[in-house]
Design a protein. Structure first.
Length: 281
């Protein structure tokens, strides 16, 4: 039996997304979720998430591209709103990211998790993989290293994977390679610094609600790594979501799939089962 972490992104982005993720946690379908602690829903939704402390890996989904920052960011967010991903990547490639602003914002978002949950996160990742962008990697790693002692550090999610694994899955290859290129070297940096991290990453999607998500999911379980992680984006669509994120109705498709027997059947066929990674090293 192959174990894999099934991690729902974007907890607390909206009330509808949190509600869907909480339902799947209660059904024991998910084994991890990352919270966007800069979102105004976080303090209320955190209270409900506490019910799953010790049941699933609960982490921080560091966010530089959605909503408002928790700190003053006159360069990255001069109007009080975080930029879109394209703008962030352009600044990164041009060497114009305000890294000290990002350092303080990451710290504030980690503070937000610890204040509500009363402990350090089980893991840390980034909304749209921003924590792994090559220009941001050194700042991110320094923040985590200074904040958490060796042996007690949260695991870090890297969106990198080996080329052969990506090719063997045969789905969303271009997207997986694009993210791999933007975050290249992240896993190596994590290893050198002694950070725990996943080995194997899947879950890239076109977010087309008309597509067969179950068939997509089956590809995510192919060519797993030793500590395989699959990201997903379930949730309910509410009035707030379309103004924040382009991924809308596909979230309800994912939610319905993970709540269904087809999910269990695909896992059984692949001889795979969702597990936690926290504490596994």
């Amino acid at each position: 039996m192959v174990g894999f972490v099934l991690c729902a992104d974007d907890f607390a982005m909206t009330a509808g997304i949190s509600r869907g993720i909480l339902e799947l946690l209660a059904a024991r379908r998910l084994t991890a979720t990352g919270a966007m602690t800069n979102r105004p829903h976080w303090p209320r939704d955190a209270a409900a998430l506490l019910d799953f402390d010790g049941v699933a890996d609960l982490g921080v989904h560091l966010n530089l591209t959605c909503g408002k920052p928790l700190t003053r960011m006159p360069v990255l967010a001069p109007d009080g709103r975080l930029p879109g991903l394209k703008r962030l990547i352009a600044l990164s490639l041009a060497g114009r990211l305000p890294l000290e602003e990002i350092r303080h914002e990451f710290g504030a978002q980690l503070d937000g998790f610890e204040h509500q949950m009363g402990r350090a996160p089980d893991f840390v990742d980034g909304h749209q993989h921003v924590h792994g962008l090559k220009a941001i990697q050194p700042v991110f790693l320094d923040v985590i290293a200074r904040r958490y002692q060796v042996g007690t550090r949260p695991y870090v999610r890297t969106p990198e994977d080996r080329k052969l694994r990506i090719l063997r899955r045969g789905a969303f290859i271009a997207k997986a390679f694009q993210v791999r290129q933007l975050t290249i070297g992240f896993g190596h940096r994590l290893e050198l610094a002694g950070f725990p991290f996943n080995d194997g990453f899947a879950g890239f999607s076109g977010f087309d609600p008309a597509s067969d998500y179950a068939a997509q999911f089956a590809t995510y379980l192919k060519a797993p790594g030793k500590r395989h992680l699959v990201m997903c984006h379930p949730g309910y669509v509410d009035e707030e979501l379309p103004g924040l994120d382009p991924v809308t109705t596909a979230r309800e498709t994912e939610l319905a799939f993970f709540a269904s027997e087809r999910f269990a059947e695909i896992c059984a066929r692949a001889n795979a089962t969702p597990v936690r990674m926290a504490g596994a090293g």
